[in-house]
Design a protein around this ligand. Sequence first.
Ligand code: ZN
Ligand code: ZN
Ligand code: ZN
Ligand code: ZN
Length: 803
Amino acid sequence: MDLPVERWAAYARRRWASLEPCLQRKLSLAVPLRDTFLLCVPLFQAAEEEFLHRLAARNCVGKDPRAALFYKEEGNKSFHKEEYTAALRLYSKAVSHNSPEMSLCYANRSAALFHLGHFEDCLEDIDRAEAQGYPNRLQPKILLRKTECLLLLGRLEEAAGVISKVESKIAMDQSLTSTTRQILLRKISQLKVKAHEKESSPESVPEALSKTQKDLEFWEENGKISSAFSSVSLNFNSCRGRHLVATKDILPGESLVKEEAFVSVLSPGKSLLLQDSAETTWDSRVTNGDLHCHRCLKRLLASVPCRGCSYAKYCSKKCAQLAWEHYHSTECPLGALLLTLGVFSHVALRTVLVAGFAEVSSLVKQFHGDDKELHKAEARGKSQDETRDSTADMEGLSEKAEPLIRDCEDDGQYRGSYQAVFNLLTHAEKHSPEHKFLCSLSIVAICKKLQEADLTILSQGSCESQSRLKAHVLTSAELSPELQILGEAMLRHMLQLHCNAQAVTSIRESESGASVVTESEQVRLATALFPVTSLLNHSCDPNTSVTFSGTVVTVRASQPIPRGQEIVHCYGPHRCRMGAAERRQRLLCQYFFECRCQACLDELGSNVTGTAATGDIFCCSSCHASMQGEDVLRCSSGACTLLVGRDYLLRQLWDLQLQVQTALGLLKDKQPNQAVELLMRCRLDAENFLSAEHMLVGKIEDHLAQGYATLGKWQEAARHLRCSIQIVEARHGPSSVETGHELFKLAQILFNGFAVSEALCTIQRAETVLSVHCGPQNAQVQELQEMRACLLELPRSLLHRVE
Ligand SMILES: [Zn+2]
Ligand SMILES: [Zn+2]
Ligand SMILES: [Zn+2]
Ligand SMILES: [Zn+2]
């Protein structure tokens, strides 16, 4: 979750309850956030600091040589079991902690990379091992690995150079036993033969990267909104607020917005938390931080650790350096505190760091200037203001007279700049006072820590302000004027995130690599602010799809959008996942609005009670008609009199879910036979009380397909997957991305089973659906194209043989 950890939240609630009623009232009424923030500053005292410090200390973010040793040993265990990916992750954890054995960790990681076929990365790690003082006696070993890499990469001259270096090392080294010497020499002669072979038959250089630059999408930038395509325009009216509208007829799959996040923070894994026990235990589970670059979110291979902490890992030296320059030098020592205060606090801090003090300060000052103007206008009698949007009033925004759409810059442009971020709605008046108090106290905690630290961030603004800061002696209850400005801005961002935070997600494929059919799941990678994408309103039945590539979001039309129609996306509660009542409840709680989208109006208008989406229906165990009712369900067929309590059915459903979970575990443990057996029993159980379209039935079918595919029984796998596809289609629609993912799996199964003509058909359908939602560059789309090319190259005899 993105909010502060529960123990800190509970502490803040108790603190709030203990406040004097008049102070509580003051805090509840304080509308300019500056007042809320300043009232909270003196409330953060030694006791609060102490409590937070103790909570934060449970996070393991520093460098610890014992951890390095532990992860190295664990890595070695995986390596010996030939689990190279797991070994790679563990060695990466090891190098993120400093230890005298750093060079060995890098060398071991280079071996794992070698086995995984990442030769360039292997070479880099060998260089790192050498730079860290790899022991002389082991030198021949990594030099031989280096030679092999160079040979495999076709860099023959360099390889020859390294070989002669090894030879002289061996000749010089008196400490080598004769057997070791023999082994090394034999290896060298093998490599020489390899090198010779390479030389006489030079392979063509691998078909490098020609693909990646292929079909770059046609990009016609919008003149008025940065990061948006020319097919959309920014409109405003009092009931929809700011929103985007199609300026022409748009086809499914067309890109509408492509935007780089203004700021994004990787969601940490839970396992950074140490156990409460006295015994220090290191967690070898893999988290987001082990898999993705701390800055650009790219998938990590051989990570580059931060020099100051063990939690920030980067895809490259360059990313590490850029992060350090822009924000991490300030964040690095605050890691444990930020983990305790949650991702929203972290995003709030990073937002002001990325924007820079000068920019933040100028907008905060401008805001208060406008605020005064507003109050003056009110004093004069609020003649002109009455027509204004009330929320904009609350925000006291600089609405200029003519363009009417707030946050457009003077030239009428809307840019994804800090100004746009700053002006996103905070809904400050709609949050509960307790929530605002928790946010304020958390931000004060960050400011106090920043005050203790050396504030190089402020120097971005002016040298003068920094020197002033140092000259001014502050008591512990005070914050410097600069930090008051930053604090106010951070509080603003923290409240904005409630409605404007965008979860950056990615499809993560399982790392086991054992299964022929991809097992993938959607995971939350990061929390980010996208000021342009934030302009999109919500609909429970959206006409767009959102995908991410690193920190870039792409919004595509998921269906034809006629000119003049509003462009909408789904904030989470989707028509296919829950009934209208639940959706509206959630939207009201989190986003403070009552949804009036077409799907909601239709559902509320019809007399269907709408408690359950169609795929969640229980059915009668004797006649299979649907069961209806609230606490006690009655069979809907007139002839049958069966009555069952809802609790009983829910328990049965729960039991079945557990069984399916167990089966999934068996699949992961490479026991497909047992998994299939258990899943078949689950399917029989399900038939007894769940409708044939129930999502759990779909899941069982999907897992059965996976089990059979692992066993190489392609026909059975395909049969079960078709059942799963039917259920997914009924719920999400035939052109939904969910159906696309299932079709992709079916394509893989048919491809593997050589059911050529059906495979080609399925590939076509999957490609059509997935490229609408995810674009032509999507990995799955590309894989489908490769499968097709491969099938079309098969000899014609084979094409006709199978069916
Ligand atoms: Zn990166
Ligand atoms: Zn760091
Ligand atoms: Zn709705
Ligand atoms: Zn019945």
